[in-house]
Design a protein around this ligand. Structure first.
Ligand SMILES: [Zn+2]
Ligand SMILES: [Zn+2]
Length: 233
């Protein structure tokens, strides 16, 4: 099955364009490709979230440790010649001593002290939109801080409930309906949303961004000036 088909079976329709863009962005990187394929084939814990980023943790002889971020989670994968294994949650570290030893780490604590946050890891995509801007741009749709997300971006926050706009129920409430299945409804929602004032991207919205628990201050991301009534086509 092609990667595109795997993605299509997994992510909700409104996230599909972005999920495919992420696949495309990493398509020239063999490691990232293998991990993305494994992710979409096995879906850890049955979660159906789109992958947003893939980064290299470490490389040692024939082995590579790769971290994959989704909209809500981060995972750690071990890659060897043609084989990909899910080790677990990136944030939970590594409990397999053999894996730790192959990379020359004495303990999980040593691993964690070297790789405290996902955002500091080396990017795997060799080019593509947003890569120049590094982690300072939206991991899903690539816009810069202060700009509006591409409509439908799963990172965009809802101005009504401050949840994930692509997942919360506000669009149904706003349109007073149980189901949204027409372009006309989507257009109408885009209008209502623009009228309310969309939440522009700021770096701390990125799921890969180091949040509470690290002492790293947010890089001056004062996304001031929310555009009012600015309806982007
Ligand atoms: Zn976005
Ligand atoms: Zn909402």
């Amino acid at each position: 099955m092609s990667m595109q088909e795997l993605v299509r079976f997994t992510v909700p329709a409104e996230e599909l364009t972005l999920a495919l863009a992420v696949i495309e962005r990493f398509s020239r990187d063999r490691l990232a490709n293998g991990v993305l394929r494994h992710y979409y084939t096995f879906l850890p814990e049955g979660r159906e979230e789109m992958a947003t980023d893939v980064r290299l943790v470490a490389r040692q002889a024939q082995l590579a440790l790769v971290a994959l971020a989704t909209t809500q989670h981060r995972y750690l994968y071990l890659c060897s010649a043609g084989e990909v294994v899910l080790l677990g949650d990136f944030d939970r570290g590594i409990d397999d001593e053999e894996v730790l030893a192959s990379f020359g780490w004495g303990s999980d604590a040593e691993f964690r002290s070297r790789f405290p946050s996902f955002a500091d890891l080396e990017e795997l995509a060799d080019d593509g939109p947003g890569n120049d801007a590094g982690p300072a741009s939206c991991v899903a749709c690539g816009v810069a801080p202060g700009e509006l997300h591409v409509f439908g971006c799963p990172v965009e926050l809802c101005p009504w409930c401050e949840g994930q706009l692509s997942r919360c129920n506000c669009r149904f409430d706003q349109l007073d309906t149980d189901q949204i299945d027409s372009d006309e409804q989507l257009d109408r929602f885009a209008d209502v949303l623009a009228e309310k004032g969309r939440v522009p991207f700021s770096v701390d919205q990125n799921p890969a961004y180091p949040s509470a628990g690290t002492d790293e201050p947010p890089a001056a991301s004062d996304a001031d000036g929310r555009p009012e009534g600015d309806s982007q086509d």
